[in-house]
Design a binder for this molecule. Sequence first.
Ligand code: ATP
Ligand code: MG
Length: 251
Amino acid sequence: MATLPDGAPLRGKLFIVEGIDGSGKSTQLDLLHKWLVSKGYLVAFTEWNSSPVVRQTTKRGKERKLLSSTSFSLIHAADLADRIEHYILPALRAGAIVLADRYIYTAFARDVARGVNREWVRAIYNFAIQPTLALYFRVPLDESLQRILVGRPELKYYEAGQDLGLSEDPYESFKLFQGRILLEYEHIVGEFGLTPIDATQALVQQQARVRKLVQPHLKGARKVDQRPWREVLSKEGLHGRYLNSAAQEES
Ligand SMILES: Nc1ncnc2c1ncn2[C@@H]1O[C@H](COP(=O)(O)OP(=O)(O)OP(=O)(O)O)[C@@H](O)[C@H]1O
Ligand SMILES: [Mg+2]
């Protein structure tokens, strides 16, 4: 069950994923999303740093390298506050399943790696909804780096943590920054009871585990009324394997 900060329960479910860059969060969440939709659930998706409220400020701040660790942290908090108010909370009240790609633990790990005070950043996020299930994709640093740096992509200044002055070389800086974040995550897992997933495993194995963990929480989540389009397909004689099996599941 997802709960408000005061402990009041919400009908919907909030499943969130966490882990360092390249741990495979988005890949697994996308597969989970498709599975839940195929089972007929009403699903909403939201990702870190995507609120229109902070878009321009973030863009400008990043381009001109204006952001200090504290102001960067506050921008992310404003981003989540806006998404909770306008998207996550209404969806949960309606009984939807909300899938969040990164949540407050990203701030706890990343902002602290940037030098922000641990207690301060936790207190800032006291408005956040308690997730139903928080999955932590645990992967060794070398593995994640290999996954994302294969094509030598261009790393951006803040993404590489160059604002910390760890190294002039963006790749070296990125590695050191990600290493710090990984250490923070390892504290957070125990502190907040995140559920670890072995992210070195094959994609399919991980997805099987993710679904198994999610399954017990699905009771009461809202399903979408699929009758209208089923009827249309049926009238057109477009009965397929998926249509039939989904109809059986519903009955
Ligand atoms: N189990 C896996 N084994 C090997 N490679 C994987 C696995 N899962 C994902 N990948 C690959 O690793 C890369 C990063 O995956 P993904 O984008 O899902 O990570 P992420 O945790 O969302 O990263 P970011 O935090 O940067 O958004 C992709 O190229 C993806 O195809
Ligand atoms: Mg991702």
